[in-house]
Design a binder for this molecule. Sequence first.
Ligand code: BDR
Ligand code: CA
Length: 310
Amino acid sequence: MKPTPIILDVDAGIDDTLAIVFSLLSPSLRVRAITTVAGNVPVRECTRNVLLTLQLLAHRLTSIPVVAEGAARPLKRKLFTAREVHGRDGIGNVSRLYDAPTLRADSRIAVDVILDTVRRHPGISVVATGPLTNIAAAIAADRSTMRRAREIVVMGGAFHGLHNTGPAAEFNFYVDPEAADFVMRSGISIKLIPLNVTEQCVLAPSDLRATADPVVGRYLRRITKFYFEFHKRTTNVRKAYLHDPLAAGAVAFPSLLKYIDGYVRVEGTGRYSRGLSIFFPHLSVRKNAELPEWVKRVLREKPTVRIATR
Ligand code: BDR
Ligand code: CA
């Protein structure tokens, strides 16, 4: 089978980096571009981390995907980072053990590279594992091109009361709720892989022992040390959530997850609920049912978001 072409839009990030390594080495996927967005750490560091990862994997690759830097801050807010989860440099403070990458990012900005890559590879899957700032900007700039992607697979949102940032949200949606809401309402086909599903997918230190390639294996063990320590502090267990790799895994293994179709909205203005994700399934509503006008309006739209349930 021909590998599925993908674009990765990342805020690299330890688990983003695991998703990048998985995607580059998976025979089912062909990474055409990697774009960066501010989130876990500022965007400069995200770009450096992507270039370093690519450089360390170069000997295993037949071609190096284009890398482009994207938004330095969310659409309407100041950047909120997650250095306590990913380290000061975003990769568990191990960047100092390596020379600065000699690979360079493209001179174009992420939005231009995303749009250009979708135009060249219609039917490509866009996998977004950071705040949705770049993706929202790409849709705003050229919606009809973005419609030519097969789907946008998003790691984000949290349902069933689960959250990991602030009182009500998942990190990626918390950082840029306006972008998340815009993308969810865009009418473009989306697969949403939320926190309550990604937290069921865990990595143990022993899973990395068998990594065949010594350079890649050492890098993965180094960057995940900090991530395991964070999870040990917060969950008291030596395991780590594979949020972002699961989004890439959902493309590599299309029958891995179960989905239901519906609508998602993301709260931007709530006093307590910044980044809260709201899901309602696509139902046939009773005629004359007493629903708020906005819900009736939404239910008349075609549901374009498929939410992973497990
Ligand atoms: C998400 O938040 C980030 O810290 C991770 O990289 C992941 O994309 C999980 O909520
Ligand atoms: Ca991420």
